[in-house]
Structures are given as structure tokens and as C-alpha cells.
Write a protein that binds this ligand. Structure first.
Ligand SMILES: Cc1cc2nc3c(=O)[nH]c(=O)nc-3n(C[C@H](O)[C@H](O)[C@H](O)COP(=O)(O)O)c2cc1C
Length: 191
């Protein structure tokens, strides 16, 4: 049986998705070793050795953030707008292996150890019933690249644009992380 390890890559403008990412990782850690890396950390540009990747970001303008929406968020924080990467960029430029190949793609589709992904986002509760989720958009992008989904995209809710997270969301994130890791383990046990 293949040992599954996990990487949680996240983006966060106000810190809410960062808190969710750490709670998700706590849940994942109940089943397997896990590394948590913000997308702004140069470590996120390294080749991905982990077989399960969990990608999370804030929902901006009904999908994944863009440079313009990230600058808008920086302005709200009182910061001077500057360019930072988001999970959209991370997925589009998945880290390469030492030969410069897209690491995951180099191992798919023939490798039974193909990469598994799960996605989550944060969103404001007031638009809970409107369409548009960064997690669903990220899942579509990863699916298009040929990766395998574990579970469904999940949303965690903040009270307003800058937060805070609704009560109970961190517990729910921990449980979701544990469930995703369990599902990945079960999948790998059968391949
Ligand atoms: C420019 C911008 C656009 C946003 N658009 C949406 C949206 O379409 N739907 C939504 O639910 N929340 C939207 N939000 C709220 C974010 O989802 C919220 O700020 C985020 O969940 C907070 O997470 P963070 O602290 O990790 O940045 C938007 C926020 C910003 C700054």
C-alpha cells in the first residue's frame, strides 16, 4: 500500500482562510503527515511530493481571486496594493519537478499514485445561496488538469468581508479535513 501524505496550499487576504487551512490540516493530520504552505511562501513553488493536495482560498467575485480583487482586499486592509500570487496562479503553474516538467502531469495518467485533490473556500454568509465559489472553480481547474477529486468542494463562512468566521466553522473544517484524508486513504488502499 502507498503511504499518502498531504499538502495544504492556501491563500488569505484577512486571515480567515488561513485559520481554516490550519484547522483542515489538523484534521488531515489525524490520518497522515501534512504540510501547510501559504501560496505567498516560496516553499509553494517547490515540486509537490505529496499525493493529496488540498487547495483553499477566499471567494472573490464569485470565483477564485484575481490580481485586481487581491489588490482591492489589500486596499481595505489599508495596505499599499501590490502583486501577490493566488491559488488560481498556483494551479495554473503547478510546481515543476527537477526536469522542469509539471510535476503531477509527469506522473499521470499511468501512475497509480496519481495526485488527489480537495478544495475549500471561505465566503460571506449573506450570499450563501448565490452561485459562485472559489472551491468549485479551483476543483474545475484541477479536474481539467487531470487530477482526481476526493470529496466535494466545501465552503466555510465568514460574517462579513473581513471576517470573522462564523462560530463552529473551525470545528467543521477540522472534521472536513479528517474526512478528506480518510477518503484519500481508502482510495489508495483499493488501488
Ligand atoms: C474583492 C472581493 C470580492 C469578494 N467577492 C465575494 C463573492 O463573490 N462571494 C462571497 O461570498 N464573498 C466575497 N468576498 C468576501 C470574501 O470571500 C471574504 O473576504 C473571505 O472569505 C475572507 O477570507 P480571508 O480572510 O482569508 O481573505 C469578496 C471579498 C473581496 C475582498
Amino acid at each position: 500500500m502507498i503511504t499518502v501524505t498531504a499538502l495544504v496550499v492556501y491563500e488569505s487576504s484577512f486571515g480567515n482562510t488561513a485559520s481554516v487551512a490550519r484547522a483542515v490540516a489538523d484534521g488531515v493530520a489525524q490520518h497522515m503527515p501534512v504540510r501547510v504552505v501559504p501560496v505567498t511562501d516560496p516553499a509553494s513553488e517547490a515540486p509537490v511530493d505529496e499525493s493529496l493536495v488540498v487547495v483553499g482560498g477566499p471567494t472573490h467575485a464569485f470565483g477564485m481571486s484575481r490580481a485586481s480583487t487581491r489588490r482591492e482586499a489589500q486596499g481595505r486592509r489599508g495596505a499599499t496594493p501590490h502583486d501577490v500570487p493566488g491559488v488560481r496562479d498556483w494551479i495554473a503553474h503547478l510546481p515543476t519537478d527537477p526536469d522542469g516538467r509539471l510535476y503531477w502531469i509527469a506522473h499521470l495518467p499511468t501512475d497509480p499514485d496519481g495526485r488527489l485533490y480537495a478544495t475549500f473556500d471561505t465566503r460571506v454568509t449573506t450570499v450563501q445561496h448565490l452561485p459562485g465559489s472559489a472551491a468549485r472553480a479551483a476543483a474545475r481547474a484541477l479536474h481539467r488538469s487531470g487530477h482526481h477529486a476526493v470529496g466535494h468542494p466545501e465552503s466555510f463562512y465568514v460574517a462579513d468581508v473581513e471576517g470573522p468566521l462564523l462560530p463552529g466553522e473551525l470545528d467543521r473544517a477540522r472534521e472536513w479535513g479528517a474526512a478528506i484524508a480518510q477518503a484519500a486513504e481508502n482510495l489508495r488502499a483499493t488501488t
